[in-house]
Write a protein that binds this ligand. Structure first.
Ligand SMILES: Nc1ncnc2c1ncn2[C@@H]1O[C@H](COP(=O)(O)OP(=O)(O)OP(=O)(O)O)[C@@H](O)[C@H]1O
Length: 252
């Protein structure tokens, strides 16, 4: 049987009276890249944030349904939310390194978890930066401030920071929208390597990016998932007219 990382069942989300997600049912496959596409305001980021309970931080949110992760419903009040966010890391649209050294950025999470041993921290930092394809560029300046890195390097540092927590899943919310084409290509190549070890979900406004990097794609519209299929099928032979209109740019 296919290994499913998140089994989303009948998920509804309300911001006050406004329903932002409507009866979402999705099976997110483990060690695959799932792209979330759709026009602005259709609920992609809201859905992504549900998977590591980031929406808990928003006042007036109400969530119904189930999201089965590692055998239990992560929406349950019993969920250890801090533990969940360790397993389900996140990378944001704008690179957001902490104003501290490159080393300290990556070591931040492990230190918070109580790891103090210098040798162990060195190893975590090196492995994470290597996995994020940044090591070669920064190994000689680990003690320099991360704010001095280029935007693309900062985003890979944020990926390294997420990796340092040894997550199972990495959520990426438009991770390349603030980057130039070369930095974007590097991140896309990195995603392809990372999926061997992690399950990745990526929100993107670029149809080309979704088709380049993802295995599965979900098309969101006005809070609903209109179509969910393998990326190849969804882009080459969409079943729904609305999907076809969106991916061919006829959406208006
Ligand atoms: N904190 C909030 N409080 C109230 N409404 C919100 C909040 N966050 C998002 N919304 C609303 O929920 C809907 C979905 O927003 P969301 O950011 O998830 O969409 P999106 O598809 O990610 O959009 P974009 O592509 O522009 O990032 C929108 O109508 C938005 O205005």
């Amino acid at each position: 049987m296919e290994d499913i990382k998140f089994d989303v069942k009948n998920l509804d989300l309300y911001y006050g009276d406004f329903q932002a997600l409507k009866n979402i049912n999705l099976e997110i496959r483990a060690n695959k890249v799932t792209a979330l596409i759709g026009p602005s305001g259709c609920g992609k980021s809201t859905f992504l944030r549900t998977l590591n309970r980031m929406n808990d931080l928003v006042d007036g949110v109400r969530i119904e349904g189930d999201v089965i992760f590692d055998g239990s419903n992560l929406l349950s009040s019993q969920t250890d939310v801090i533990g969940l966010r360790t397993k389900v890391g996140m990378v944001f649209q704008k690179p957001n390194p902490f104003p501290m050294s490159i080393f300290d950025n990556v070591a931040y999470g492990p230190r918070c978890q109580g790891i103090k041993d210098k040798k162990e921290l060195n190893e975590i930092v090196e492995t994470s930066l290597k996995q994020a394809a940044l090591w070669d560029e920064v190994q000689d300046r680990l003690n320099k401030n991360a704010m001095g890195l280029s935007g693309g390097q900062q985003q890979r540092l944020c990926i390294a920071r997420a990796i340092a927590m040894k997550p199972e899943v990495i959520l990426m919310d438009e991770p390349t929208s603030a980057l130039d084409p070369i930095a974007t290509k590097k991140i896309e190549e990195l995603i392809d390597v990372l999926k061997k070890e992690y399950t990745i979900l990526i929100v993107t406004h670029s149809m080309q990016q979704a088709s380049r990097v993802s295995d599965d794609t979900a098309f969101f519209l006005l809070g609903e998932v209109i179509e969910f299929d393998s990326t190849l099928k969804l882009f080459s032979n969409p079943k729904n007219k609305k999907t076809e209109d969106y991916i061919t740019g006829r959406f208006g």
